[in-house]
Ligand binder design. Structure first.
Ligand code: V55
Ligand code: FE
Length: 494
């Protein structure tokens, strides 16, 4: 098979995914004692980890998408007002094979039929989407494969994991949920055989790493199940028409396509009773959940109402995956929505209302308030009242701001990162274990696009518009990433 990389030579393609601020970085290393403007709060003793997709090799196909980059984890260790940076690739099977060959061997995103014959049957997992800290271990996650365990102090890869045989699925979500009361992790795998199957496995992992519950159910069709929602007593999956058709995949077409003839369907079941209590709801409009804030229950006049707070778009993710019925369809931006289900009335009906009337994504809450009512919402956004939009990147327009919605006062506050600056997903760290909700810091990587550099900023989460209390300056760029987490030095025994 002649690939576009054979024609190109050993160069990254001249596309939006591989040039400018999105160009692969590929540098692994450490920077000791970074420059700091302002003061890093002394309470922040620990490490911020986050994952990114940073192509290590020019792709086989020029039209490769950014989601197909190799997992590169960034760690910023904060200690006593100082900060150190470590960047390290996840040593996946894919990366090891390709390093040995000094070229790409795997082809299009999740499509093994486009791989070169010498890697037939080998795992294409890039481990590039999120990091998970649970039962004292750090993992790099990608929804198309199993977790890779990392050494939390060095980011060295310890190996692919099935949690000592407890994980049946060949896949594991990049969006596990952590129960702040029980210490459990609720997680799932979809496309569990590594192909376009409809099976979804749901796991409860105890604080010590033991799987205390494994259950499975079938979705109405095989679709991208990127995120889900968990409340104190319920689990909800939003199945969206981002569909995988194995015959198309076998023909070398993209793994996903948007099929507007299918309906968005929501599965809700009790954590206690499990999947035998599943109920399905049909969404009255075309909708795709991008990422979730939180789920929570409310008792209203004797009925149990389950609220799903999440970002939702009315189109597919058309910048990455085609609409098979309408090639000219335009991607629509996501807004924050609250979907409310009366679980007591037996009806296939739910209420949709706008929670956040700003285009946004990368939702975050105070993690101590997960699974119950949270009232403080943080997200990436582009508020044109504060600064101009930035040139399109591979994911669309970069954020220029972080937003904070305080539902108790119904007010918004914004951090504008400055000209040519793009904040990424924030992470909330409470000031102390018993501080009130929202009393703490938001930390966030910020692209300094004109300088080809990255900063980590720390903001007072109640005063975003006042700007950072500390700006930690990297001497270089790290690749734009996806999802991160904070782990205290105590938990790390650092
Ligand atoms: C997403 C990210 C992925 C992926 C599928 O943000 C969906 C959504 C970074 O990889 O493979
Ligand atoms: Fe995600």
């Amino acid at each position: 098979m002649q690939t576009t990389s054979d024609l190109r030579g050993h160069l990254f393609p001249d596309t939006r995914v591989f040039t400018g601020y999105a160009a692969p970085v590929r540098i692994e290393g450490e920077v000791h004692d970074l420059e700091v403007v302002g003061t890093i709060p002394r309470e922040l003793d620990g490490a911020y980890y986050r994952n990114s997709a940073d192509h290590a090799h020019p792709p086989l196909f020029d039209n490769d998408i950014f989601l197909n980059g190799d997992g590169m984890v960034h760690m910023v260790r904060l200690e006593n007002g100082h900060a150190d940076l470590t960047t390290r690739y996840v040593q996946t099977t894919k990366l090891k094979l390709e390093r040995k060959a000094r070229r790409a061997l795997f082809g299009a995103y999740r499509n093994s039929f486009t791989d070169l014959p010498e890697v037939a049957g080998q795992d294409n997992n890039t481990a590039n989407t999120a990091v998970m800290w649970h039962h004292g271990k750090l993992y790099a996650l990608k929804e198309s494969g199993r977790p890779y365990e990392l050494d939390p102090l060095t980011l060295a890869t310890l190996g692919e994991r099935d949690f000592d045989g407890q994980l049946q699925s060949k896949t594991f979500t990049a969006h596990p949920k952590y129960d702040p009361e029980t210490g459990e992790c609720i997680a799932f795998g979809y496309n569990t055989q590594g192909v376009a199957d409809k099976r979804i496995e749901v796991y409860t992992i105890a604080a010590d790493g033991h799987f205390t519950r494994t259950e499975a159910f079938e979705a109405p069709y095989s679709s991208m199940v990127h995120d889900f929602l968990v409340s104190r007593n319920y689990i909800a999956f939003v199945i969206c028409p981002m569909v995988c058709d194995w015959e198309r995949v076998q023909r070398g077409e993209p793994y996903w396509h948007w099929d507007s003839t299918k309906k968005t369907q929501i599965a809700i079941f009790s954590r206690q009773e499990g999947v035998k209590s599943i109920r399905w709801y049909t969404c009255p409009v075309a909708a795709m959940q991008t990422h979730s804030f939180n789920a929570w229950e409310e008792s209203i006049e004797g009925s149990t109402v389950l609220h799903l707070d999440h970002f939702v778009t009315g189109s597919g993710w058309l910048s990455q995956f085609p609409d098979i019925h309408d090639p000219d369809a335009h991607e629509r931006p996501p807004f924050g929505e609250r979907w409310s289900f009366n679980l007591s009335d037996g009806q296939d009906w739910f209420e949709i209302r706008r929670l956040i009337n700003h285009v946004g994504e990368m939702p975050v809450i105070d993690p101590r308030y997960a699974m119950r009512r949270a009232t403080q919402f943080y997200f990436g956004t582009s508020n044109t009242a504060l600064g101009p939009m930035l040139p399109l990147g591979p994911k669309g327009p970069p954020f220029t701001c972080l937003g904070h919605y305080d539902e108790t006062r119904d007010t918004f506050d914004f951090y504008y990162a400055g000209p040519d600056s793009s904040p990424e997903e924030p992470y909330f760290v409470p000031r102390s274990a018993d501080a009130p909700e929202g009393d703490g810091w938001l930390m966030c990587m910020v692209g300094r696009r004109a300088e080809n550099r990255t900063d980590l900023v720390i903001l007072d989460a109640k005063k975003l518009s006042q700007g950072p209390v500390a700006t930690i300056k990297f001497p270089c760029r790290v690749h734009e990433g996806f999802h991160g987490t904070w782990v205290s030095a105590k938990a790390l025994s650092w």
